[in-house]
Design a binder for this molecule. Structure first.
Ligand code: PMT
Length: 404
């Protein structure tokens, strides 16, 4: 039976040239057994009429907040309560801003505030509008609240520009709804390491690195949304721990190793994004060392390699590492994959603009143990997380089918 069978989907269509593609989405959802109620904004009606959707869904199409097709019910509250999913496709920059700030000035935005249904948003707009920091900030606000985005793809846009902004295709949007209704990582126990480690020199100084934790937290958050049970072992960061994760704060590499070993036997997947200090001071000065002597030599000794230790003890787990490199990206990443007994490594050229430490975006290449590779363009860390988790799902599936 289709996951859509008997499900109630509210489809909000906003004023984009891509509005005509919403007819195909409505049609495919209806064919798959969903009951689809279409809500058009005034601007959407400039691009497509209600007649199209009424014919496809064989249901009334809603436009005005004060339309009451059934006398005894307040339409927007009734619809909001019944919905399993609110899909907004195409979503303009305007609707993203309204949703982010809770503005309810028409039927669709009022429904969005009144519903507890899962929110799936497929934006479509001009590339510059999509990349505008205001739009990107609204995307992050909505994602942090649990909205599932189906990001626009690159291509020739109606305005003649070429770039990211085209509405994702119907199968991709349907797959996102399916994942929201039936989270694909349900039952999977995942350990994520994130952030830097700090190796104390004295009471107030330490050795560390610029990791912000954003990459690891994006993976933890996305995995939670996909239904996984997540333990997040994190070095010091300024980020709020993702709601729903079991978060274990640590400071040093040794503490991170101990925390990972505590849960290792009980997890199915490990994703190590942490930037672990390879060395620590051999002696930690008691109190704060006073200034005075002309030189201070600090002797460093190697830290344990957490991922290598997990690789040596690997049972059924899928192990995914990240490789932060500034040269020979793929060769170095491949070597780490082999030496640490990993299933997948995410090669991260941290010398590139907009990639690696601190940025909200990243540019990575996925490398598998069989030498297959998948280079990805510059994208948000959330999108990188989605690609990594898709690869994890494929590895889990391959493993369970090889076990018979
Ligand atoms: O936190 P952000 O600001 O978002 O930045 C993200 C990031 C750049 C930190 C992240 O994308 C990244 O590349 N993480 C890997 C950082 C790293 O330490 O890479 P590495 O090549 O030194 O280590 C390879 C792998 O072994 C990593 O998975 C690392 O977690 C692990 N490792 C390394 C050293 C060590 N002693 N123990 C380990 O477990």
């Amino acid at each position: 039976m289709s996951v859509f069978e008997g499900k109630h989907i509210l489809l909000g269509v906003t004023g984009s040239i891509a509005a005509y593609k919403a007819a195909d989405i409505a049609s495919k959802l209806t064919q798959a057994g969903a009951e689809v109620d279409v809500v058009l904004t005034e601007h959407a009606r400039r691009f497509i009429t209600e007649v199209t959707f009424r014919a496809i869904t064989r249901r009334p199409v809603l436009i005005d907040l004060f339309d009451e097709p059934e006398e005894r019910q307040i339409a927007h509250i009734h619809l909001a309560k019944r919905a399993d999913v609110l899909l907004i496709a195409p979503a303009t920059a305007n609707i993203l801003a309204k949703l982010a700030y809770g503005i309810a000035d028409d039927l669709l935005t009022t429904l969005a505030l009144a519903t507890q249904a899962k929110l799936v948003i497929a934006p479509a707009m001009n590339t510059v509008m999509w990349q505008n920091p205001a739009t990107q900030q609204n995307v992050r606000i909505l994602e942090a609240r649990g909205a599932r985005f189906v990001y626009p793809v690159e291509g020739m846009l109606a305005c003649g520009d070429v770039g990211a902004g085209k509405l994702a295709d119907t199968p991709t949007i349907l797959q996102a709804i399916e994942e929201v209704l039936n989270p694909p990582l349900r039952g999977v126990r995942l350990l994520v390491t994130a952030g830097p480690t700090e190796e104390p020199i004295d009471a107030v100084r330490h050795i560390s690195n610029p990791s912000s934790g954003k990459m690891g937290y994006a993976i933890a958050d996305e995995a939670l949304r996909q239904g996984a049970e997540v333990t997040l072992v994190t070095g010091p960061t300024l980020l709020a721990p993702p709601a729903g994760a079991k978060t274990v704060p640590v400071r040093t590499a040794q503490q991170m190793l101990d925390a990972c070993l505590q849960v290792y036997d009980a997890v199915d997947v490990v994703i190590a994004t942490a930037a672990v200090s390879d060395y620590r001071p051999a002696e930690v000065w008691q109190g704060k060392r006073k200034k005075g002597e002309p030189e201070w030599t600090i002797r460093l000794v190697p830290n344990p390699d957490i991922l290598r230790t997990l690789g040596e003890r690997k049972g059924k787990q899928i192990l995914v590492g990240f490789a932060a490199e500034t040269q020979e990206l793929l060769q170095n990443a491949q070597q780490k994959l082999r030496e640490k007994n990993l299933d997948l490594i995410v090669a991260n050229d941290v010398s590139q603009e907009g990639a690696g430490f601190r940025a909200d975006t990243n540019r990575v290449t996925l490398l598998w143990a069989d030498s297959t590779q998948k280079p990805l363009p510059l994208m948000s860390k959330r999108e990188v997380a989605q690609y990594v988790l898709q690869a994890v799902r494929d590895l889990l599936r391959a493993r369970s089918s090889s076990e018979g």
